[in-house]
Unconditional design. Structure first.
Length: 205
């Protein structure tokens, strides 16, 4: 992993400051390299922290459908330097919901003014859509440029939240200052899958 950006560099959005005024660089682990995991990695890396991502898949058969991003999300991507045009963005100008039998318009939303309404001075931000694979690849490219290490085929099975330790199916483990669990819809909502500071918990049921 390449060194984190120096404090005060142009790449930093923020940094953690201790009670004595010194900057704390955290060792961060992210479980899951989906859109949420990649976005978390970019934000943490830009803040000057060291980041490592663990992903159980190997991305041989990426799939997905359209993903809609609102103007506030587009504003964040713009700040990060994300190339939306290269990622194949399509601007949404309106939304209509129709009756399936009569085709009568049941709801209509006009997005033609969102650029002016939600943009910042000199920067307009649209209501946009991407194909998930294109958005994901664009974020992965940014992660690579930032020097974040991504370990594919590394399935996390348990997290010890009190100690900051993640354990993997292959028997290995990693200890971090901060763990972000972003492995998507397969995570169980049962209480036993939630992080507890006193116990070691499984990620899935």
């Amino acid at each position: 992993m390449s060194p984190a950006p120096a404090v005060g560099s142009a790449n930093r959005d923020a940094h953690s400051v201790g009670t004595n005024g010194t900057t704390t660089v955290l060792s961060c682990g992210i479980i899951g390299v989906g859109i949420a995991g990649l976005a978390a990695a970019i934000a943490l890396r830009r803040a000057g922290h060291n980041v490592e991502i663990f992903e159980k898949s190997t991305f041989k058969n990426e799939i997905g459908a359209a993903v809609t991003l609102t103007p506030n999300a587009m504003r964040v991507l713009h700040r990060w330097g994300f190339d939306a045009v290269r990622a194949g963005t399509t601007e949404k100008e309106q939304y209509r919901r129709l009756d399936a039998e009569t085709l009568q318009v049941l709801a209509h939303y006009d997005f033609s003014n969102v650029r002016e309404k939600f943009g910042t001075p000199g920067r307009e931000h649209a209501f946009a859509a991407f194909h998930r694979v294109d958005l994901h690849e664009g974020l992965r490219a940014m992660v690579r440029e930032l020097g974040v290490e991504v370990q594919l085929g590394r399935e996390a099975v348990r997290v010890d939240c009190g100690e900051g330790v993640v354990r993997f199916r292959d028997g290995g483990e990693a200890k971090k200052d901060l763990l972000v669990v972003a492995d998507g819809i397969k995570v169980s909502d049962s209480p036993s899958s939630h992080c507890d500071t006193q116990v070691e918990t499984p990620l899935h049921q």
